[in-house]
Design a protein around this ligand. Structure first.
Ligand code: FAD
Ligand code: 2HG
Ligand code: ZN
Length: 500
């Protein structure tokens, strides 16, 4: 049935349909190809059966049709594979930990999956300069544990740390919960080794292993957020940061979104150099965590908004003094109505469990429409309210969590199953009027761009946002991106049907 929505808007923009048809210029994998791969990699480097965990994403919502997974163990083996695939027009999708949330690491048709799981031997760390050089297949948490032995840590952290790989983190320019303190991966990347999908399988060592080098264009940074479009990253050089000796976490209950922003402003000024996280959860995600995962809030009384604030530094007394004075000021200014300061690491873990379990909690509703957008703070929560109104009863839940300190909201809209009525558009021909009503898309993404935001703050374009990827981008920038793609990948075999 057709619902007339409160805010009808007919976009004038045209969206190119997602290219779902198989590109027939690509060859299909033959027995002779499999034999060639077994020749390069050995039989244990080629998997043909039971590959569903490589063809399905973490949410279970992207399912591809690939039938072959390759496991190179070195840069040279990646080079041999890509040279062969380029000469033989075989399409390839690079896959790290397969935790990406936009379907970027999943084959769309019969692309060969190039798993980085076995490229995790080389690890070197300079504990004076804090420079790490390692293979791209290392899991983020593994690297962090290795660095802990030297008194250092990775400068970013995310809920998928137990599975995602550093190569995948670079390829997605992952953000996470420490960006407010240490900046994005652009601040840390020094060099990469990449293999190009050309007929030579060219190996490029870009950047350097030293902290400062302004002798050329900063080419490694082209691979940050490149989503497996330009080349396969096999090694990464980057800076790590000193591991804090004291960490404090507090959960704050706030009555209005405006007050959340005031709390952020005060946190920056009062906690200053020790502020390391500023995360946001609304009451709808708190309810979802309780219902779907049995996780209860740590605050006594429910509030519309909760903030998880963390400080980390090197002097417990000094940091605690700052945090306590900050909490007192928030209470005296009536910016918060409730607050709990973690008294132990177990208390802190309970708070972080709530935030880090949010992505899992929403999947338990059945189907989830994920959004990962940046917005100026005056529009940050307005988006949630607008979408609540637009989706009405068709949505099971409209919940928001995210990295408020970075202006990054994760608005998740759930449903018991995929619901066409909720997502795309109604087309109704009420003769003689052609009526188009867009409920969620492209409305949501156009709204974000119209309010000065970005349609992807951290997860990227992948398959999910492909039809909208040009939004907010000048045609010159799109053209330059395409030219770069052609230089790096002349036969277009690397990760087709996605970002570029
Ligand atoms: P994959 O998912 O395997 O691949 C992602 C993309 O990178 C694909 O396009 C793939 O082709 C390409 N790729 C992978 N490895 C390489 C390589 N070596 N060379 C070239 N291309 C490659 N993201 C955030 O930014 N912030 C968060 O806070 C965050 N939290 C998350 C929490 C959960 C529970 C989950 C499931 C995901 C979260 N993510 C987050 C998304 C995801 O974890 C990140 O995007 C992560 O960086 C992906 O790494 P991966 O190794 O799993 O890459
Ligand atoms: C997070 O910040 C991740 O938890 C995932 O980026 C966001 O589940 C999401 O939408
Ligand atoms: Zn995030």
């Amino acid at each position: 049935m057709l619902n007339i929505l409160p805010r009808i808007r007919i976009p004038l923009r045209c969206y190119s349909a997602v290219l779902t048809a198989r590109n027939e210029n690509f060859a299909k994998v033959k027995q002779s190809d499999i034999m060639a791969f077994e020749n390069f990699l050995g039989k244990d480097g080629v998997q043909k059966d039971d590959i569903s965990n490589h063809t399905t994403d973490w949410t279970g919502q992207f399912k591809g049709h690939g039938s072959l997974v390759l496991y190179p163990k070195s840069t040279d083996e990646v080079s041999a594979i890509l040279a062969y695939c380029s000469k033989n027009k075989l399409a390839v999708v690079p896959q790290g930990g397969n935790t990406g949330l936009v379907g970027g690491s999943i084959p769309v048709h019969d692309e060969i999956i190039l798993s980085m799981n076995k490229i995790s031997q080389q690890f070197a760390f300079d504990d004076t300069m804090g420079i790490l050089k390692c293979d791209a297949g290392f899991i983020l948490e593994e690297l962090d544990n290795k660095l802990a032995k030297h008194g250092y840590m990775m400068p970013f952290d995310l809920g998928a740390k137990g599975s995602c790989q550093i190569g995948g983190n670079i390829a997605t320019c992952a953000g996470g919960i420490r960006l407010i303190r240490y900046g994005s991966l652009h601040a840390h990347l020094l060099g990469v080794t990449v293999v190009l999908p050309d007929e030579q399988g060219s190996v490029l060592h870009l950047g350097s292993d030293i902290r400062k080098d302004n002798t050329s264009l900063h080419t490694p940074h082209l691979f940050l957020g490149s989503e497996g479009q330009l080349g396969v990253i096999t090694s990464v050089t980057m800076t790590a940061v000193p591991r804090p000796k004291s960490v404090q976490s507090a959960m704050l209950g706030v009555q209005s979104f405006e007050k959340c922003c005031e709390v952020l402003k005060l946190a920056k000024s009062r906690l200053c150099e020790v502020l390391s996280s500023f995360e946001f959860l609304d009451d709808a995600i708190m309810e979802c965590l309780k219902t779907n995962l049995g996780l209860h809030p740590v605050l006594n009384s429910p509030t519309p908004f909760s903030i998880l604030v963390e400080t980390s530094g090197s002097n417990e007394d000094h940091d605690m003094e700052k945090m306590s004075a900050f909490l007192d000021e928030l209470l005296s200014k009536k910016l918060i109505v409730d607050g709990v300061l973690a008294g132990s690491s177990a208390d802190a873990a309970k708070m972080w469990k709530l935030r880090e379990s949010a992505p899992l909690a929403v999947t338990r509703d059945g189907y989830v429409y994920k959004h990962d957008v940046s917005l100026p703070l005056n529009s940050y929560y307005e988006l949630t309210n607008v979408m609540k109104e637009r989706c009405g009863d068709l949505a099971k839940r409209v919940v928001t969590y995210g990295h408020l300190g970075d202006g990054n909201t994760h608005l998740n809209i759930t449903s018991s199953k995929q619901n066409e009525n909720l997502e795309k558009l109604y087309v109704s021909i009420l003769i003689p009027i052609l009526l188009l009503i867009f409920r969620m898309y492209p409305f949501l993404y156009e709204w974000v761009v119209a309010h000065g935001g970005s349609i992807s703050a951290e997860h990227g374009i992948g398959q999910l946002k492909l039809p909208y990827s040009n939004l907010g981008k000048e045609s010159e920038e799109r053209l330059l991106t395409k030219k770069l793609k052609n230089i790096f990948d002349p036969n277009g075999i690397l990760n087709p049907y996605k970002m570029i």
